[in-house]
Ligand binder design. Structure first.
Ligand SMILES: Cc1cc2nc3c(=O)[nH]c(=O)nc-3n(C[C@H](O)[C@H](O)[C@H](O)COP(=O)(O)O)c2cc1C
Length: 364
């Protein structure tokens, strides 16, 4: 209520990117105040319950709904986001060197479609700066995933070195890692999802994870985030390659370049489309991955989740965890309590004792 009636009308009058910085900066500052985190938890926190918590990727997730990558690109407000009901969060996408991203304007709201289009282009301060920030956060109530990418100036031939560099710099500070090869806003990045480029990249990244595991004495999980704009045979190849190269999981999906069914006048903007129009497509991809792997490769579902029903659809299709971005912009942090309360009801309705029992239920 607070967000929809007071904050949202204010933010939605501002330039979208300015509003974004205000939210992240505000969360960073309020969580640094004495009692700030406790106040955020009181307003927006979601208490852990046995039916919604889940253990995966060597981590304990107090709740199954996380914050998707791209909102806290520099790990600036980790403590704030950890206090508003998320069960985990992704920071990044981070690249080895800091870079400014694309020219503004590069973020567009499409309220009539409950969607966003962005062409940010991995604007971030670089891996070293993120490491310095994460190093300072000693107490972590939720798992933090580091989402990694390549610099715009790096060619795909050398991309593996960028991903390896991010892992080298950030391994001690992430709880698990996500290889992002699915952003539409870095020229040619998505071709890393196919053919020998994919198998080479993943084997290189896996090798670096193994080196770091030895050096740090701790094993961390590695996931890959994929695009929704793939054919059935491309998806099959990707999933096969991920399994063959020993990836621990998959995030499905990133934003889409499709513009099907949009009403808003900004529909023609270049970039990745997120929010409601992405929902069914990403669920369909989750369903295919689960079917192909017979549920053996854990999936994090992302794309168009606004309600508990949307989250539940993805869980029943095969996702063990889900994450949101666009819904947070449209609905505010209250959305987490609503989704979690609704999920508990849906589990009870269908006779499941916990989330794990519902994962992939549509296939059984
Ligand atoms: C403004 C914006 C920036 C994003 N930046 C990234 C990013 O840096 N890395 C990434 O993997 N995904 C990024 N995403 C994609 C989201 O993480 C998410 O997968 C996608 O928006 C679908 O979820 P949603 O419909 O709940 O927003 C971004 C999305 C938006 C809207």
């Amino acid at each position: 209520m607070l967000y929809r009636n007071i904050a949202k009308p204010f933010f939605f009058k501002m330039d979208p990117e300015k509003a974004h910085h205000l939210v992240v900066g505000g969360l960073e500052k309020s969580s640094a105040l004495p009692g700030g985190r406790a106040a955020l938890r009181l307003m927006y926190g979601v208490p852990e319950t046995a039916d919604l918590s889940i253990d995966l990727f060597g981590q304990h997730f107090p709740t199954p709904v996380g914050l998707a990558a791209g909102l806290d690109k520099n790990a600036q407000a980790v403590e704030g986001f950890s206090s508003i009901g998320f069960g985990f969060m992704e920071v990044g996408t981070v690249t080895p060197k800091g870079q400014p991203g694309n020219e503004s304007p590069r973020l567009f709201r499409l309220p009539s479609d409950e969607a966003l289009i962005n062409r940010m282009g991995f604007n971030n301060e670089g891996a070293e700066s993120m490491a310095q920030r994460l190093k300072k956060i000693t107490k972590r109530p939720i798992p933090i995933a580091v989402n990694i990418g390549r610099n715009k100036a790096t060619s795909n031939d050398a991309a593996h070195e960028d991903y390896r560099q991010c892992i080298r710099t950030l391994y001690p500070y992430g709880d698990f890692f996500v290889v992002n090869i699915s952003s539409p806003n870095t020229p040619d990045l998505r071709s890393l999802q196919h053919g020998s480029e994919l198998s080479f990249l993943l084997s290189q990244v896996k090798e670096e994870m193994d080196v770091q595991r030895q050096a740090n004495g701790i094993r961390k999980s590695l996931l890959v985030k994929i695009a929704p704009d793939v054919t059935a045979s491309e998806l099959e190849y990707m999933v096969h390659t991920l399994t063959e190269t020993g990836m621990d999981g998959i995030i499905a999906t990133n934003t889409t370049i499709s513009r099907e069914g949009l009403k808003h006048s900004s529909a023609g903007e270049t970039g990745g489309l997120s929010g409601r129009p992405l929902r069914d497509r990403s669920t369909e991809i989750i369903r295919s991955i689960y079917r192909q792997t017979e549920g053996k490769l854990p999936i994090i579902g992302s794309g168009g989740i606004f309600t508990s029903q949307h989250a539940y659809e993805k869980i029943r299709a095969g996702a063990s965890l889900v994450e949101i971005y666009t819904a947070l912009i449209y609905e505010g942090p209250e959305v987490n309590r609503r989704i979690h309360a609704g999920l508990r009801q849906l589990l009870r309705r269908d006779g499941f004792r916990n989330i794990s029992e519902a994962v992939g239920a549509d296939h059984h």
